[in-house]
Design a protein around this ligand. Structure first.
Ligand SMILES: NC(=O)c1ccc[n+]([C@@H]2O[C@H](COP(=O)([O-])OP(=O)(O)OC[C@H]3O[C@@H](n4cnc5c(N)ncnc54)[C@H](OP(=O)(O)O)[C@@H]3O)[C@@H](O)[C@H]2O)c1
Length: 133
């Protein structure tokens, strides 16, 4: 496993080793791993444009303000969307595509739709579902 100090040293190089104006998309960054990673990116990147997606408008507003404080030269745009629906994912993609020519970083941490069963022994197992197109 990569050590925390290696991660911090790598993050510290973002400002000098990567160009300004990176475009990043975070799906699932209103809490948890996504929020922490988004904030580290905001802290270190030069003039980034960041789109982050989640369902909670309150969390989106809070994190937009916090990231703007961390990096006043960055742009942080919350997109309120439930990405469990493919149509909504398409809408989010079209919105970002209409504003950007390319995405430099895509960070997905919203999880996946899993179906599980809990038995009387509290054993949880996952069933794979078949998806048809
Ligand atoms: N934490 C760990 O130790 C750990 C370890 C291994 C793997 N993981 C996996 O890593 C992923 C992230 O973990 P986490 O602890 O950061 O989870 P978390 O705190 O629950 O965060 C999940 C994020 O995804 C967003 N989200 C969930 N469903 C969404 C949907 N349908 N559409 C849009 N956004 C959605 C949530 O925001 P909204 O509620 O605003 O939508 C939230 O920002 C999960 O898949 C988890 O299973 C976590």
């Amino acid at each position: 496993m990569v050590s925390l100090s290696d991660v911090q040293a790598s993050n510290a190089q973002i400002a000098t080793s990567l160009p300004a104006g990176l475009v990043a998309v975070f799906v699932g960054a209103t809490y948890g791993i996504g929020e922490s990673t988004l904030k580290e990116f905001a802290r270190n990147a030069r003039q980034p444009r960041v789109y982050f997606v989640g369902r909670s408008q309150d969390a989106g507003n809070r994190i937009t303000a916090e990231c703007q404080q961390l990096n006043p030269d960055g742009k942080f745009m919350f997109i309120k969307a439930d990405c469990s629906l493919i149509k909504v994912v398409d809408d989010v993609c079209h919105e970002i595509k209409s504003k950007e020519k390319a995405i430099n970083l895509l960070f997905l941490s919203s999880g996946t739709a899993l179906f599980h069963t809990e038995t009387s022994e509290s054993v949880i197992y996952f069933r794979h579902t078949r998806v048809s197109w």
